[in-house]
Design a protein around this ligand. Structure first.
Ligand code: F0G
Length: 351
């Protein structure tokens, strides 16, 4: 596998002084979802499984470049606000580059896997009594006074790295898909994908661009509602964001691609989360399933995708958030260790 910065060096702002960091990011699977495409009514549906990145989310594509550029300019530390995945990714790449890392998180709303990652990779973890949006405001101030590199998606290098997801989709398909669906939080990823698709079209690698479909959680849908949300709420904590930093660019991506933004409820998200895992064998995190929930909702509302090639970006790995996974099920009560009792709950069919 070619490291991301080398694979797409012609499209990235690298100089002779940019260290070619890698933890094995990018080149993630594009899986044909044959059961789900029938279930959802898509002509062809692919899952871009970004959970297969080294820290388990798409953030690694942008973080590898943001941290490399921080090293290049001589920074000694990086800082970010995060709902969890950015923190895990920043902590990992900072560790590998020999930089210090600080992360500011909304206390109580970060999935345990992500928190564990940030701690184990050696970051200084500061939970605040507040939201992601407040944390982002704080790290902007902290970066300005400390000289630490701010590695949220307000950092342009993050988006440059993340646009490679669009390149990989086109490289694998040999053309642009018709529709790309993805969850929207701080709105960096939809902005980055849109940039990537346009660059490939402008350089004549592919002919067209897809329609960009972005989905927010109903309780955290500032772009759908057209105003900031002070107290965002959703089970999909990764996208529990009320004032997206890249909101205007996300709106432009949607408008210019002929796409759409919509909100999906937590129930719709969790239904989609179980559906993609139980029909395709792909476990993503709840926020990622907003893309599947959104496609489902739009088809139910009359959108015809029966002739379309659709790609859903599954932004993070399901193992990040085992607590939310287990909360979907009842308690598993042990039975006696006898053949009779293990057969009974399974049913009488031969095992
Ligand atoms: N999916 C996952 C799994 C995420 O972690 C995020 C954002 C998104 C989707 C939304 O992407 O912000 O570019 O619109 N997570 C950030 C974080 C906010 O701190 O990890 P976006």
């Amino acid at each position: 596998m070619i490291p991301l910065l080398e694979r797409y060096s012609d499209y990235l702002p690298l100089t002779a002084e940019t260290p070619l960091l890698t933890l094995g990011e990018g080149s993630t699977p594009l899986l044909r979802a044959r059961h789900l495409e029938r279930e959802l009514g898509c002509g062809v549906l692919y899952l871009k499984y970004e959970g297969m990145n080294p820290t388990g989310s798409f953030k690694d594509r942008g973080m590898v470049l943001a941290v490399a550029k921080a090293v290049e300019r001589g920074a000694r530390s990086v800082i970010c606000a995060s709902t969890g995945n950015t923190a895990a990714s920043a902590a990992a790449y900072a560790a590998s580059a020999g930089l210090a890392c600080s992360v500011i998180l909304p206390a109580g709303y970060v999935a345990p896997g992500k928190l564990a990652q940030a701690l184990v990779y050696g970051a200084r973890v500061v939970p605040i009594d507040g939201t992601f949006d407040q944390a982002l405001a704080l790290v902007r101030g902290a970066a300005a006074v400390s000289g630490a590199e701010l590695v949220n998606s307000v950092n342009p290098f993050r988006l440059e790295g993340q646009k490679t997801g669009a390149f990989e989709i086109c490289d694998t398909l040999g053309s642009s898909p018709d529709v790309v669906a993805l969850p929207v939080g701080n709105a960096g990823n939809i902005t980055a994908y849109w940039k990537g698709f346009r660059e490939y079209r402008d350089r004549n690698v592919v002919q067209g661009v897809p329609r960009m479909w972005g989905f927010q959680a109903e309780g955290a849908a500032p772009l759908v509602q057209g105003r900031p949300v002070d107290h965002p709420q959703t089970l999909a904590t990764a996208i529990r964001i009320g004032k997206p930093a890249r909101g205007d660019e996300a709106l432009a991506a949607v408008a210019n691609s002929g796409g759409l933004l919509d909100a999906v409820s937590d129930t719709e998200i969790m239904d989609a989360y179980r559906l993609v895992a139980s029909t395709e064998g792909v476990m993503c995190e709840p926020a990622s399933a907003a893309s599947i929930a959104g496609i489902r909702k739009r088809v139910a509302a009359g959108e015809d995708l029966s002739e379309s090639t659709v790609v859903a970006i599954l932004t993070g790995h399901g193992l990040k958030d085992p607590a939310t996974a287990l909360a979907q099920f009842g308690e598993l009560v042990p039975v006696p260790a006898t053949l009779e009792s293990v057969l009974h709950p399974i049913g009488t069919a031969p095992v």
